[in-house]
Design a protein. Sequence first.
Length: 470
Amino acid sequence: MRCVLFVCLLFCSLSGMALDRSRVEGYLLPNGLQVILKSGYESDHVAIRLVVGVGLDDFNCEQKELPHLLEHLLFSGLDEAGEGGLEQRMQALGGEWNAFTSSADTTFVIETPARNQRKVLDLLLSAIRDTDLDERDLATAKKIIEREDGGHYGHLQRWLDRQDIGHRASDQLATELGLKCPERSSIEDMTLEQTQALRNRWYAANNMTLIVVGGLDRLLPAYLDRTYAELPPSEPEERRNLDSISQQAEQRRELTRGWLGDSVKLHWLFIEPVLDNAHDQTLELVSRYLDWALYDQLRLRHGLSYGPSTQRESFGDSGMLSLNADLERDDINEAVKVLEAMFDNLRENGLDAETFERIKQAAMARESWATQGNSALADYYWGALNDYENGRFKDPVRKIRDVTLKEADEALHELLKDPGYLRIEKPLLGDDELYGLAALTVGVILALGLLRLRLRRRPTPRRSGATRKR
Ligand SMILES: [Zn+2]
């Protein structure tokens, strides 16, 4: 009996320990910096995310890379020891860091042993507040970005960009629609003053969120009050309006990828509708439903593609949902027909209730394991900041559960209202064309050889004019 009681107690205490991910300790420092703290899964480690509300979309095409440039500059070092010295200091604390500039934000991502969390936060604060920017560091940061972007942005690459060569289908379509810049911004022209102005305006306390998840130091709140609360705020300003669709795009295009081969990629892209209610969850469920439908049609029923999949991306103010499939060159027309029939069927009959329910349940189940571990949880908070209010993140499972079949059906109809955009990426030459070309080349060589032979055999005509005698 005592044993049963013990097991019951143990079970109850274990289930009580399950982490409520939605609830966090969140508050504003007096300078407006948003703090989100959460005791996580492992206590000997903390995951830190410092999210600065400035991203690539806050700048026009010529200046797009500016926040990325500043992000790199902030790692150039705090003293004569330079960037190497800064890295050594982080290593000595057992931490690892990186930073990412996306269209919406710039985020510093750190993993560190829990015992050094305050020292690591000190180092991060120094890097963003105290780093002196100079011309030499600027030149280095520019070179690094150039490398990251695939080398020097020369005339050839610029020309290729303008011809839409080498871009992914979704990027290419976004450019065609006016949602994305046609070429990279010229980082060569960016100045130290511009990066400094960006830093003054956007790296302000009231434009930052600090997320710390894991084995939290008891003194952390008091520490933050002494340190991060000292960062100056700035006068809040409007963010730049996101680009909207401003140009028409062709319905179907073939894009050249690589030189040789018979495998091609098909992309069928749709612009997502803007939904009044549960926009993201509804479209996510529609996307998963289409993912299944695509797999069912292209792989199971017709054996045309092995790994078809759907993807959601955003460009400017628009969402793009794409259905993607790897195919053989000869199967393109058949696959297009299968997909056209699939879309027609969905337009006419809508979602199948049973399939929708199964996909919805799987999406809800996924939420319970998708954010295991301190780092994944910190990343989840980072991605869900728009869903945060008063110490709570909206429960993602409930948000999915609340999406009805009718709502998803309406979203699907809106999505498929237009025919969408078809993009086929294929190498310049298929195997057959290569054989043809090779045969042609051999033919030309042989013909030239024969011609030469015949010319040589012909008697040489006697030259007119005087021949010089020795
Ligand atoms: Zn970078």
